[in-house]
Write a protein that binds this ligand. Structure first.
Ligand SMILES: [Zn+2]
Length: 316
C-alpha cells in the first residue's frame, strides 16, 4: 500500500447507481479515482466486467504492479468466501462469487465486504475513529447503514450481517421498510424518510416553503433548507427525524459503550444541527458513563468506501 515498488492496492465501491474505484498510495491517499454509472441492468457478470475495466484503467496493465483489491458492496456477503448473498437495489446477485471472479482474473488477493463495514474500517483506521478501540460508524443517506468495531476488529457476526443498524426497529407502528419490517430506524431518520414525511405533510394540505417544489421532487436537502429558513412543516419533520436519530444512537451507545460514534452520509451535510441533536439525546438517554461517548462527523466521506475496502485487504 505504501510503496510503488511493492505495488498498489485498489479499492472499489459498488453502489446501486454509481461504481467508484481508487488507487491508494501511502495507506490513505487516493491518487487516482474513477467513477462511472453502475450498469445494474447488465447483471453481475456485466458489472464484474465494469469493475475489471476500471481496475485496469487504474493500474495500466504491465506498468503498475497490483498488490490487492478490496470491494465494498451494498448488501450482505459471506466475507470469508466473498460470495454475495444479496444486494440492495441490484437484483440478480444472489450467490454470485465476486471474490473468486476477480481473484481468478487478476491473480492477487481480493476482499469483498459490505460497503458500510468498509467505510467504518476506513474511519477507524484513518478517519474520525483513529485512536479508538471500540467504535460505531453510521451512514445516514437514502438508508441507514453501519459498521461496528469492537476491540479493534470489525464485528461481522455469525453469518456476516452484524452492523445492520438501520433495521433496528424503533416504531413497530411505523412505515414499512424495504426489509419487510415495520418502523426500522431508516424509515424514521434517513434522507428518504425525511423527504417522504415532508411529501406526506404537503399532500395533506400543510402550507410550507417546500410546497413550491413538485411533490415527487422533494428531497431531504430541501427540507433542511426550509428548516433553516424557519419553516414550520420542515421543523416538525426534521425534529422528529433527529429525535429518532438520537434515540437510535443512544441505544447503540448503551449496548456497545464505544469511545466514538462516527456519523457520515449525505444527511450530515445539513451540518451542526444533526450533531447537536444526537449529542443532546445521548446525554439524556445514555446510561451512566455511556453518555460520555464522543459523537463525531465522518472525515473521509466520498473516499471512505474505497480506502476502507483497500485497507481490509491488508488485514487478511
Ligand atoms: Zn428494515
Amino acid at each position: 500500500m505504501q510503496d510503488k515498488d511493492e505495488g498498489y492496492l485498489i479499492g472499489v465501491d459498488l453502489g446501486g447507481t454509481k461504481l467508484a474505484a481508487g488507487r491508494i498510495v501511502e495507506e490513505r491517499v487516493v491518487d487516482e479515482f474513477l467513477k462511472v454509472r453502475t450498469q445494474g441492468e447488465a447483471g453481475p457478470v456485466g458489472v464484474a466486467r465494469q469493475i475489471i475495466q476500471l481496475i485496469e484503467r487504474l493500474v495500466h496493465p504491465g506498468q503498475v504492479k497490483l498488490k490487492g483489491i478490496g470491494v465494498g458492496v451494498p448488501g450482505s456477503v459471506v466475507w470469508k468466501t466473498g460470495v454475495i448473498k444479496r444486494l440492495t437495489n441490484l437484483p440478480g446477485w444472489d450467490n454470485y462469487p465476486l471474490k473468486s471472479v476477480l481473484q481468478d482474473y487478476f491473480q492477487v488477493p481480493v476482499v469483498v465486504e459490505n460497503d458500510a463495514n468498509a467505510a467504518a474500517w476506513a474511519e477507524f483506521k484513518y478517519g474520525a475513529g483513529e485512536g479508538s478501540i471500540d467504535m460505531v460508524y453510521l451512514t445516514v443517506s437514502t438508508g441507514i447503514g453501519g459498521g461496528i468495531v469492537i476491540n479493534g476488529q470489525l464485528l461481522r457476526g455469525t453469518t456476516g450481517t452484524a452492523g445492520e443498524i438501520g433495521h433496528m426497529i424503533l416504531n413497530p407502528q411505523g412505515e414499512r421498510c424495504n426489509c419487510g419490517n415495520l418502523g426500522c430506524w431508516e424509515t424514521l431518520s434517513s434522507g428518504t424518510a425525511i423527504a417522504k414525511k415532508a411529501q406526506k405533510c404537503i399532500s395533506q394540505g400543510s402550507k410550507s416553503l417546500i410546497s413550491s417544489i413538485a411533490e415527487e421532487e422533494i428531497k431531504a436537502e430541501h427540507v433542511f433548507e426550509a428548516y433553516q429558513r424557519g419553516d414550520e412543516v420542515a421543523r416538525l419533520v426534521v425534529d422528529e427525524a433527529l429525535d429518532y436519530l438520537g434515540i437510535g444512537v443512544a441505544n447503540l451507545v448503551n449496548i456497545i459503550n464505544p469511545q466514538k460514534v462516527i456519523i457520515g452520509g449525505g444527511v450530515t451535510k445539513a451540518g451542526p444541527i444533526i450533531f447537536s441533536a444526537v449529542r443532546s439525546k445521548v446525554q439524556t438517554l445514555g446510561y451512566a458513563q455511556a453518555a460520555l461517548t464522543q459523537i463525531l462527523p465522518a472525515k473521509l466521506q466520498d473516499y471512505g468506501g474505497v480506502i476502507g475496502a483497500a485497507a481490509l485487504v491488508m488485514e487478511h
